[in-house]
Design a protein around this ligand. Structure first.
Ligand SMILES: Cc1ncc(COP(=O)(O)O)c(C=O)c1O
Length: 365
């Protein structure tokens, strides 16, 4: 028997979340962002429900090749553009669209031999200071690209640093409008947080990343129920032992949890070697047989412990949901949002879903 831990990827949730993005941006086209192997879900596993998107956005050429191998003939955008000159050959061969964020990428394009001119997304650094041209350089980069026979259509893009928080997007939208005034071409601005929180922003292409996977970009201000999103991933395991504790008994490495009263704990086949965050301290929520419980003690490599007080009937073999759909989901729709687990571990849902370890069997369910 393999260890009972498994990850499930839910097609109905992915389709629902993509439909939400489309409904929020009815006049835009939607990139399904599938970088980092579809945020840990697996490109091949998310492809069917997300193929209703207008295109796929990612970073790795190898991932773009996997999409073409799935017979996806629509747009694919390389969000960071090419990493070296010879990547342009693959762009030509696979018909990839690519971001252009620095002069060197334009130099490579100018030297590239191709019969098929490329569609490029010229990236403005509107304040995030990660990738992109500053305002003045942006306009000269546009003119340079526009003069190249290797370039077909030029679209204009930027990325928001604070769409999920109180600073918002106004300052970056103003910088974008100033830098791109009078320039022709389609615009791509919104990520998930902007799509959800600033739906009035005009963006010809929205880039729906985390929302597609059923995670709230602005948790805890808003949760997935607020945004009507469904978790696309469940991490599920089972109890492999139970232990009775007396007052004063401790749990796990470092004795970080001491029982104050007699209680029963369950030991779950899930640890940090499965991708569960070690920083999730006592009190992190889990569902046992669909009932909300809390972890106790340190997460170890292969196991973690749960206070079974809320679910006295639990025993070896009881279903444990680390995040996602509960064992009783079909009956009661119960879910444990990944955002809650992430918050308990001082991180974000993005990191947890990307970190599920290769030893965890994944299936579509
Ligand atoms: C350029 C760009 N666009 C879109 C996204 C998608 O962001 P999110 O997952 O927050 O929707 C990312 C993610 O980091 C990105 O780097």
């Amino acid at each position: 028997m393999p260890r009972p831990i498994q990850a499930l990827i839910h097609h109905d949730a992915l389709a629902h979340n993509l439909a939400r993005a489309k409904a929020l941006a009815p006049d835009a086209r939607v990139w399904a962002v599938v970088k980092a192997d579809a945020y840990g879900h697996g490109i091949e596993r998310v492809f069917e429900p997300l193929r209703a998107a207008d295109g796929f956005a990612l970073l790795d050429l190898a991932e773009a090749q996997r999409l073409r191998a799935l017979d996806w003939r629509g747009p694919i955008l390389l969000l960071e553009g090419v990493f070296e000159a010879r990547d342009l050959e693959l762009c030509s061969r696979l018909g990839l669209w690519h971001a252009v964020h620095c002069e060197q990428q334009i130099d490579w394009l100018a030297a590239h031999k191709t019969h098929t001119p490329h569609r490029v997304f010229l990236k403005l650094n509107s304040g995030m200071n990660r990738l992109g041209f500053g305002a003045t350089a942006y306009r000269s980069a546009w003119a340079r690209l526009n003069a190249l026979p290797q370039v077909d259509e030029i679209s204009l893009m930027t990325h928001f640093s604070d769409a999920d928080g109180p600073r918002g997007i106004a300052h970056q939208v103003a910088a974008f409008e100033l830098a791109t005034r009078d320039l022709p071409g389609e615009r791509s601005l919104s990520n998930s947080a902007a799509t959800l929180r600033h739906p009035a922003l005009a963006s010809d292409w929205v880039r729906a990343g985390i929302l597609s996977y059923g995670c709230a970009p602005d948790f805890p201000e808003h949760d997935i129920a607020h945004w009507d999103l469904m978790p696309a991933m469940t991490l599920r395991s089972k109890l492999i032992a139970t232990q009775p504790l007396q007052p004063g008994d401790s749990v796990g490495y470092g004795s970080r949890y001491i029982a104050e009263q007699a209680m029963r704990i369950g030991v779950v086949a899930c640890g940090y070697a499965d991708g569960y965050p070690r920083h999730a301290g006592s009190g992190t929520p889990v569902l046992v047989d669909g009932v909300r419980c809390a972890t106790v003690g340190r997460v170890s490599m292969d196991m973690l412990a749960v206070d079974l007080s809320p679910v006295p009937a639990a025993q070896i073999g009881s279903e444990v949901t680390l995040w996602g759909r509960s064992a009783s989901y079909e009956r009661d729709g119960g879910v444990l949002p990944i955002d809650e687990v992430a918050q308990a571990a001082g991180t974000i849902g993005y990191e947890l879903m990307c970190a599920v370890a290769p030893r965890v069997a994944v299936s579509v369910g």
